[in-house]
Ligand binder design. Structure first.
Ligand code: CMP
Length: 145
């Protein structure tokens, strides 16, 4: 089943954009949208709303707003799960043990500074893609206000 998913190269890995994009192409994905930007605190809050209240939330917001990121839409068969496999387990230390070729193993540091993000379901992929790449209709509605 062809799917779309949302990926992010996080601030800690933005010096490795070339190598990470290479790995994405080699894994067979199509990059259908891409941009570099720096999130404001409000934007990071909204993007990570499901993690509000967790112990790591404040650190996560500081980290994700600390520098530029690269956000992209990937397309491919089973893209959501496949991209999560390519990036590996959340904690880069764990990834180095169990999935040494994964992007988090190669480019991340620990369970916060973990180089990459990937949507975890169809619903979050739809929300996250719309967050970074709002449809023309949504942009029109906002500018009309
Ligand atoms: P991500 O896939 O972007 O989704 C939520 C992020 O929160 C996660 O990657 C990590 O960067 C961070 N995170 C998850 N669990 C922890 C944790 N236990 N401690 C610190 N940061 C975490």
């Amino acid at each position: 089943q062809k799917e779309r998913t949302l990926g992010i190269i996080k601030p800690d890995a933005c010096g490795k954009v070339g190598q990470i994009l290479d790995a994405i192409f080699q894994s067979g994905f199509k990059i259908t949208k891409l941009k570099m930007c720096q999130l404001t605190r409000n934007e990071a809050f909204e993007f990570y709303q499901e993690h509000q209240g967790k112990t790591f939330f404040d650190g996560l917001i500081s980290f994700m707003t600390s520098g530029p990121i690269v956000a992209f839409e990937l397309m491919g068969v089973d893209a959501i799960n496949k991209w999560r496999e390519v990036i590996g387990p959340t904690d880069s230390c764990e990834a180095r043990k169990g999935a040494p070729v994964s992007l988090r193993a190669r480019f991340g540091k620990d369970n916060q500074q973990n180089a990459c993000h990937g949507s975890d379901s169809l619903a979050s992929a739809a929300r996250e893609i719309e967050f970074f790449f709002p449809s023309v209709a949504a942009v029109r509605q906002n500018t009309a206000k």
